[in-house]
Design a protein around this ligand. Structure first.
Ligand code: NAD
Length: 356
C-alpha cells in the first residue's frame, strides 16, 4: 500500500529500533514517526541525535507498561502502526536478573496490546492499522547440527528467561489477533549486527576489546552457531511486513549466514588487523580466551526465510564479510559513541558475566 503511515516505534532509542527509525525516515520521508523509549541502560538518545528537531519526528521518554500514556500517544498522534521493539534484549542479563524481562517483555507488551486494542476498537477497527511485534528466533529453542532450520511452524521451546519472555509476548500478540481480530503481525528474526549495537553483544564486544587490547571471551568450545543478519536487511524486511504482510501471520527473517562463534571472532580479528591502525595486540587472535560456558547455552539457531522471500519478495542484500567491514568501520569512526557506554555499571555487569 502507498498510504502515509503514522508510526509509534517503541524501543526506538535501542540498537535495532534506532536503525529502523533512520531507515524509515530515509525510505518513507512523509510518514510520521513517534519514538517511545524508557531509556534503560540500552536506550540512548545519542542513537537518534541526527533526527532530533526534524519534521515528522518526535521522541517521548516513557515506559511501555504505562497504558494511559500509550493511549494518549496513540490518540494525540493519530498512530495507525505500532512497531514494537522495546524489550530487555540480552540473554546474559536475563540469566543474572530475569525480573525486568518479565516486566518489559511480557507485562509491557500486554499493556501495549491492550492500549492499541482500545483505540483500534474506538476508531471502528480500521483495516489499515498494524501492530508489528518484533521478536527473535530464540523462541524456537536450540537446533542440532543436522536439524532443518526454524520455520514459522516450528514448535516453541524457549530455553532462557529472555527467550521465554519473548515467547510469552509472541503468544499474546497471536492471541489478540485470534480472539479480538487485532491486526497483529509477528516477526522472528535471527541475530542482528551493525551500527549502534550496545557493547555487551558479541560483535561490538569483540571489536571494542580488540581496540582496548583486552581479552576476547569466547563461551565454551566456541562451536555455537548463530545466523547473522545485517540490521539494515532486518529493517527492510520489517518494511515489507508492515506494508504487505498479512495480519495474524508470522514471518521468519534470517540471513542464511550460519557461523560458529569462534569463526566469527577469528574473522573479526583478521578484519580488525587489516582495518585498524595501531592495535595494542597483533595479531588480534592472540587475545582469544575460552571462558566457562553460558548456562543453558543454545547450540545452534538457523532460519528458513522462504515465506517472507516468496510471499513478500524480501531478500537480504549484505554478505557477512561486507556487513562486518561496514560495522567495524562504523565503530572505528564512532569512539565518541561507544566509549561513554563503558560505564562503571557496565564494568560491574561484565565482571559478573565473564568473571573477569
Ligand atoms: P536493545 O536492548 O538495543 O534496545 C531495547 C530498547 O528498548 C532500549 O532503547 C530500551 O531503552 C527500550 N526499553 C526497554 N524497556 C523498556 C520499557 N519498559 N519501556 C520502553 N522502552 C523500553 O534491543 P535490540 O537489540 O535493538 O532489540 C530490539 C527488539 O528486537 C527486541 O524486542 C528484541 O527482542 C528483538 N530482536 C533482537 C535481535 C538482535 O539480534 N538484537 C534479534 C531478533 C529480535
Amino acid at each position: 500500500d502507498s498510504e502515509l503511515r503514522r508510526l509509534l516505534v517503541t524501543g526506538g532509542a535501542g540498537f535495532i529500533g534506532s536503525n529502523f527509525v533512520r531507515y524509515w525516515r530515509n525510505t518513507h520521508p512523509r510518514d510520521r514517526v513517534v519514538v517511545l523509549d524508557a531509556l534503560t541502560y540500552a536506550g540512548n538518545r545519542a542513537n537518534l541525535a541526527d533526527l532530533e528537531g526534524k519534521d515528522n519526528f518526535r521522541f517521548v521518554e516513557g515506559d511501555i507498561r504505562d497504558r494511559a500514556l500509550i493511549e494518549t500517544l496513540l490518540q494525540e498522534n493519530a498512530i495507525d502502526t505500532i512497531a514494537h521493539f522495546a524489550a530487555e534484549s540480552h540473554v546474559d542479563r536475563s540469566i543474572l536478573s530475569p525480573d525486568a524481562f518479565i516486566q518489559t517483555n511480557v507485562v509491557g507488551s500486554f499493556a501495549l496490546l491492550n492500549a492499541f486494542r482500545t483505540i483500534w476498537e474506538e476508531r471502528g477497527k480500521p483495516q489499515h492499522n498494524r501492530f508489528l511485534h518484533v521478536s527473535t528466533d530464540e523462541v524456537y529453542g536450540s537446533l542440532n547440527p543436522d536439524d532443518p532450520p526454524f520455520s514459522e511452524t516450528t514448535p516453541y521451546a524457549p530455553n532462557s528467561p529472555y527467550s521465554a519472555s519473548k515467547a510469552g509476548s509472541d503468544h499474546l500478540a497471536r492471541a489478540y489477533h485470534h480472539t479480538y481480530g487485532l491486526p497483529t503481525i509477528i516477526t522472528n528474526c535471527s541475530n542482528n549486527y551493525g551500527p549502534y549495537h550496545f557493547p555487551e553483544k558479541l560483535i561490538p564486544l569483540t571489536c571494542i576489546n580488540i581496540l582496548l587490547g583486552k581479552v576476547l571471551p569466547v563461551y565454551g568450545d566456541g562451536q555455537n552457531i548463530r545466523d547473522w543478519l545485517y540490521v539494515e536487511d532486518h529493517c527492510r524486511a520489517l518494511d515489507a511486513v508492515i506494508h504487505r504482510g498479512q495480519p495474524g501471520e508470522t514471518y521468519n527473517i534470517g540471513g542464511n549466514n550460519e557461523v560458529k562463534n569462534i569463526d566469527l571472532v577469528r574473522l573479526l580479528c583478521d578484519l580488525m588487523d587489516e582495518l585498524a591502525p595501531d592495535l595494542p595486540t597483533r595479531p588480534a587472535q592472540d587475545l582469544i580466551t575460552f571462558v566457562k560456558d553460558r548456562p543453558g547455552h543454545d547450540r545452534r539457531y538457523a532460519i528458513n526465510a522462504t515465506k517472507i522471500k516468496t510471499e513478500l519478495g524480501w531478500t537480504p542484500q549484505e554478505t557477512v564479510e561486507r556487513g562486518l567491514r561496514r560495522t567495524i568501520e562504523w565503530y572505528l569512526a564512532h569512539l565518541d559513541w561507544w566509549k561513554p557506554l563503558l560505564s562503571q555499571d557496565y564494568q560491574d555487569y561484565y565482571r559478573k558475566v565473564y568473571r573477569a
